[in-house]
Design a protein around this ligand. Structure first.
Ligand SMILES: [Mn+2]
Length: 330
């Protein structure tokens, strides 16, 4: 099944212009200003003033766009279609927040996201550090209401504060919880591991309604059981997917701000994402790629592939809606 709309402007044809040539938009997709209307915008959010360890994720959007040249947008064999032919996908540029004031930056990023989110549009943000998930969630919440969330990360990111600061890359999901952005009992972390500050971190996270699939569960419980648990958690709710690239083992994603040993292999992450087809994905981010610590674009290539898969998931969920009106589904 391949429904192709006549008006869609496709990314640059990889059979006509080699992938190492031409403009450096995500997967060489058209820019937002080059199309009449669009469905999914990939948007850079180059902000990293919220980090607790290594800085450098402000260069993430540039790194991921560069690595995305390797993508052949024509066909995604794991989904059986090209998401770029199902949806008008654009590179919507960068949302900029001041690097000198986290609170001001978070408002600037939210305003920028809201100005892009027109009728029926969805955004995939490339961070930036994980702080940027808060303004993206606030914007998605204003447009779609409360959301479910699946959060791939080595860390919980539901801590209360760092050095007295309430909005950081380790605290933004507690802020989102306090702001009633999440649907109760519809959130789940995947890939959690590593030492924490206190046992209370876990109980407080559970009290906020999060479930946890630990990195070690991939060995102990088996993949299908984990996917079933996650899908049950999300249900048919509008869902935000947040992917901190440090969910991957540092062997697969060394170029990140807070690396943690014992993580997922890249095949597990991609397989998990692809198993979420049909989930109603209304927003997403891929964060914490810090190219200065990377080698041979390893981390950026993972992140670019994750963005491609997120676009495919959004294509599936759009078809899910369309099926109600009789069009073919994903
Ligand atoms: Mn994180």
């Amino acid at each position: 099944m391949e429904e192709i709309s006549e008006d869609i402007v496709l990314p640059t044809d990889v059979t006509k212009l080699p992938r190492y040539c031409g403009e450096g938009t995500f997967a060489r997709a058209p820019r937002a200003q080059d199309v009449r209307t669009w469905d999914v915008g990939v948007v850079g959010v180059p902000f990293d003033a919220g980090v607790s360890y290594r800085s450098g994720a402000r260069f993430g959007p540039m790194g991921v766009r560069q690595a995305s040249r390797t993508i052949r947008p024509q066909y995604h064999p794991d989904f059986g279609f090209s998401p770029f032919r199902q949806l008008q996908v654009v590179d919507a540029g960068d949302l900029v927040g001041t690097p000198y004031d986290i609170n001001a930056a978070v408002h600037e990023i939210e305003d920028g996201a809201l100005s892009l989110l027109g009728a029926n549009r969805r955004l995939i943000a490339i961070g930036g550090d994980h702080t940027i998930a808060l303004p993206m969630l606030r914007a998605v919440h204003k447009k779609f209401g409360r959301v479910a969330m699946i959060h791939f990360d080595a860390h919980l990111d539901t801590w209360d504060q760092y050095f007295g600061m309430k909005i950081t890359h380790g605290t933004m999901f507690r802020r989102a919880y306090e702001e009633d952005i999440f649907l109760p009992d519809h959130c789940i972390h995947v890939g959690t591991r590593g030492p924490i500050y206190s046992a209370n971190d876990l109980s407080e996270d559970a009290n906020m309604g999060f479930k946890v699939i630990r990195s070690s569960d991939f060995d102990d419980r088996g993949f299908n059981e984990l996917v079933t648990e996650a899908r049950t958690r999300l249900g048919s709710a509008p869902t935000y997917i947040s992917v901190d690239i440090d969910v991957l083992d540092p062997a697969f994603a060394p170029g990140t701000g807070t690396p943690e040993a014992g993580g997922l292999i890249s095949r597990e992450l991609l397989r998990f994402l692809r198993a979420l087809r049909g989930v109603d994905v209304v927003g997403a981010d891929v964060v914490e790629v810090a190219p200065a610590y990377d080698h041979s674009e390893v981390t950026s290539i993972q992140a670019a592939t994750v963005v491609f898969d997120l676009i495919a998931l959004m294509a599936c969920s759009k078809q899910q809606h369309a099926r109600v009106s009789g069009e073919p589904g994903c």
